[in-house]
Design a protein around this ligand. Structure first.
Ligand SMILES: Nc1ncnc2c1ncn2[C@@H]1O[C@H](COP(=O)(O)OP(=O)(O)OP(=O)(O)O)[C@@H](O)[C@H]1O
Length: 310
């Protein structure tokens, strides 16, 4: 069986001040697109730096494609975009990429093709001959992404890849990530953008206070505990009780404005939604709108981090 892209068991890095990340257990099989979430200072960059061999663990085990991180054989399979990347800004975008392609072990014969491919992919094709010092922050971030992709790596680790990009740029990076997912690449996306995780990641983990507090499939998290919002006319307190008893759904009133009640309930099975609608009608109430609460990963994130005192 193929070695997983990432294997961490009890992985710990403790800085001299006691901070860092602690006792992380995580396996990323090949082809998984994993979103690593966590509040500022949670330990995400520390974890990622151990995978690429920039930081040494203080305890536990870590392997990348079955090898200790930092070995040339495992490094060659990794494309990495660090959080605050500094370029040799006197070089042109093309030269920076050529340099990274050489570091990634790209053959001379394939060099131009590879560099051209990633420049086009990140939308810098027509700026290739300009010096990096004339690039905007967003262009530099695109170039960083191109550097991570230039050797056609199997595992792509992106630490905050869109922080400097405008909404159009974020959308483009999301399409690039979707493309990588469809090619079967393994991606570790370290981000604060929950909508990117919802859109492209198959699994997600939440780091908080240096510990991996939760880890699971994005679909499972999104389908568990779906909140539905009903705006309703004719609501009476005893009807709310009856509605709850008949449907088995726990509802709460979020607001009442001009006799329109906003009612929220968690409905796990989509089939049950129609039944809930029927019961509301039968009890003599009028439904004005029914919608699903957006930002569900946000709820998951907030619930898990608020219990940790943030
Ligand atoms: N070299 C260091 N020496 C001491 N403490 C450090 C060092 N680097 C990071 N830390 C601390 O370790 C903790 C984790 O930092 P890390 O940069 O890994 O968090 P992060 O989750 O990536 O944060 P952010 O989302 O803000 O980038 C923080 O409390 C940070 O202050």
């Amino acid at each position: 069986m193929a070695e997983p892209a990432v294997f961490a068991k009890g992985l710990t890095k403790e800085y001299t001040n006691g901070k860092g990340c602690h006792d992380i257990h995580l396996t990323l099989p090949n082809g998984e697109v994993f979103g690593l979430l966590g509040p500022n200072g949670a330990g995400k960059s520390t974890f990622v730096k151990m995978l690429v061999g920039l930081l040494h663990k203080t305890a536990g085990e870590v392997k990348v494609f079955g090898l200790p991180p930092g070995r040339p054989e495992s490094r060659r399979k990794i494309g990495y975009l660090p959080e605050l990347f500094r370029f040799q800004d006197w070089l042109t975008g093309y030269e920076v990429l050529q340099f990274h392609a050489r570091l990634a072990g790209v053959d001379k014969s394939a060099m131009h093709r590879q560099v051209d491919r990633v420049l086009e992919l990140v939308g810098l094709g027509d700026r290739r001959t300009e010096r990096v010092r004339s690039y905007s922050k967003g262009m530099q971030q695109r170039l960083g992404l191109a550097c991570a992709l230039v050797g056609d790596p199997q595992l792509i680790i992106l630490d905050e890849p869109v922080s400097a990009l405008d909404p159009g740029g974020r959308h483009e990076v999301r399409s690039i990530l979707t493309g990588l997912r469809d090619e079967g690449k393994t991606v570790l996306l370290n981000t604060h953008l929950l909508e990117d995780v919802e859109a492209v990641c198959s699994t997600v983990g939440l780091l908080s206070e240096g510990k991996l507090q939760a880890h699971g499939r994005v679909d499972d998290i999104l389908h568990k505990g779906r909140e539905w919002i009903f705006t309703i006319g004719g609501m009476e307190p005893d009807l709310l009780l009856q509605l709850g008893q008949e449907t088995g759904v726990r509802f709460h009133i979020e607001s009442v404005v001009d006799e329109v009640t906003t009612l929220v309930g968690v409905i796990d099975e989509p089939a049950k939604l129609g039944y809930v609608n029927d019961v509301i009608h039968r009890l003599g109430m009028t439904i004005y709108t029914v919608s699903e609460r957006s930002g569900r990963l946000e709820n998951w994130f907030l619930q898990l981090t608020s219990t940790k005192g943030h």
